[in-house]
Design a protein around this ligand. Structure first.
Ligand SMILES: [Zn+2]
Length: 471
């Protein structure tokens, strides 16, 4: 298996340190609801963990919560509650928001405020090794003392300085130095006692402390969004390697940007699509499909036209399969092996730096072949293949014979609930339409058809009866 490593900039053979792969993904700063940009990072890492496990590796998967930060403190001031309550509140929202996407729960979800002693310990080591200095209650990392600074981002010092996230402070020796510890300034700021005075950790140090606690001083994979390469991950390397004298992370993986009309999704631009609104508009699997269709490293451009077209593709796919399963009377897949040809193409794609667009196109090309061949045995093999695909991508498995779930039915119900129509009301409308047609009252039946279309549901009359399809 080959993985593109941001550190070397090359495609490298993946050789883990041991049979247990350690993976740390930078999680969420909990001060607001999550949006599509977060999913753009969390969904690919879910696939990566699933695939590594499918390949037989044991995987220790860690994703943190940043529960103390300037943004949390600002939010606390605005909402008039404590920063701890803000963090608690938005962790609960996160859990609610992420649930419909059916992602794996990490093995550890450490919070910064539960790891203050580990953080203080790590800062002490860095100071002992003369790579950090205390300045008026703050502690700064001394970038000049770490000659490898910039090895991940490969940025020149000039470019680093012009970066938006370099904080200006008179307490620093060098403008690129970054805070490991921040002295308390206001009463509302939570603070802990440390050898340098009361304060709280700087942002970057938490990920070094928590990743090394759960995965060891050197571990296999560290991931996050591309925007974290500099300064966050560059700083994680500098402080971790300064503390231990060892390589920190072996493979760095970064997910590409998500843009809307060419612009990054951000609050200041007012183009943030938060999850509650997103899932009102689209089935969670449509969103996953939209994201996984792009390579994890590629930029993804979002538009409602693009995602609607993916929705259509998914509806056609599922509808055709469900119809065939019923028409052929397939009730179980016991003893059916997945098509080996499809399987090996699919795995080849994922072995090549988790190439999901290629893996997904394998699914569709076998699906197209199947439609031409019409063979029942091949269809069974395809269904069994989909079950395997679903274990890894977390999509294409909502077919009753595979999982007891139906994408089509879920989508019909989702549309009903958005339009505040109950499923019973919908079924009654369909029955009434059937009745009117039997009586030859086509004009009235057509009125009902139009009504159903307003809910977003199309009625198809088939040899198996009237079927409800998301229009
Ligand atoms: Zn981090």
């Amino acid at each position: 298996m080959k993985i593109k490593n941001t550190l070397s900039g090359k495609l490298e053979e993946f050789v883990p340190l041991s049979d247990t792969v350690g993976i740390y993904v930078c999680g969420l700063t909990v001060y607001d609801r999550i949006h599509l940009g977060h999913l753009r990072s969390f969904i690919p890492f879910d696939l990566i963990v699933r695939y590594l496990r499918k390949k037989g590796y044991k995987v220790k998967y860690v994703r943190n919560f940043t529960d103390i930060d300037d943004k949390i403190i600002d939010r606390a001031k605005r909402e008039g509650i404590s920063p701890f309550d803000i963090a608690e509140k938005y962790i609960k929202f996160f859990e609610e928001d992420i649930k419909p996407f059916e992602l794996l729960k990490p093995d550890f979800e450490p919070r910064v405020t539960d790891h203050i002693p580990e953080i203080i310990n790590l800062i002490e080591k860095i100071i002992e090794n003369s790579r950090a200095y205390v300045s008026d209650g703050d502690v700064y990392f001394d970038v000049e003392k770490f000659p490898d600074y910039g090895k991940l981002s490969k940025m020149s010092k000039e470019n680093m300085l012009s970066g938006a996230r370099v904080e200006i402070s008179e307490k620093k020796k060098n403008p690129l130095d970054f805070a490991l510890w921040k002295a308390r300034k206001e009463d509302i700021e939570p603070a802990w006692r440390a050898p340098w005075g009361e304060g709280r950790p700087g942002w970057h140090i938490e990920c070094s402390a928590m990743s090394m606690k759960y995965l060891g001083e050197t571990f296999d994979i560290h991931g996050g969004g591309q925007d974290l390469i500099f300064p966050h991950h560059e700083n994680e390397i500098a402080q971790s390697e300064s503390a231990t004298g060892k390589q920190f992370v072996r493979y760095w993986l970064h997910t590409g940007y998500l843009t809307i009309a060419g612009e990054k999704m951000s609050k200041s631009l007012g183009n943030v699509l938060q999850v509650p609104e997103l899932i009102r508009q689209y089935h969670p699997e449509v969103i996953k499909f939209f994201i996984l269709k792009a390579h994890y490293r590629s930029p993804v451009e979002f538009s409602s036209e693009l995602i609607r077209s993916d929705e259509k593709t998914l509806i056609n796919f599922y509808y055709t399969i469900e119809f065939e399963v019923e028409r052929l009377g397939i009730r179980s897949l016991e003893g059916v092996k997945p098509s080996s040809q499809a399987l090996s193409k699919f795995e080849d794609a994922l072995d090549d730096d988790f190439n999901t667009p290629e893996a997904i196109s394998t699914v569709f090309s076998f699906f197209d072949e199947l439609k031409k061949s019409g063979s029942r045995d091949k269809f069974l093999e395809f269904l069994s293949f989909l079950s395997y695909v679903h274990d890894i991508l977390g999509i294409f498995g909502k077919i009753p014979v595979l999982s007891g779930k139906s994408f089509i039915e879920e989508e019909v119900m989702r549309r009903c609930s958005v339009k505040k129509v109950s499923y019973e009301q919908l079924c009654k409308l369909v029955e009434k339409r059937d009745e009117l047609r039997r009586q030859g009252k086509y004009r009235e039946a057509d009125e009902i058809r139009k009504k159903l279309l307003e809910i977003g549901i199309y009625i198809q009359d088939t040899v198996l009866g009237a079927r409800k399809i998301p229009a």
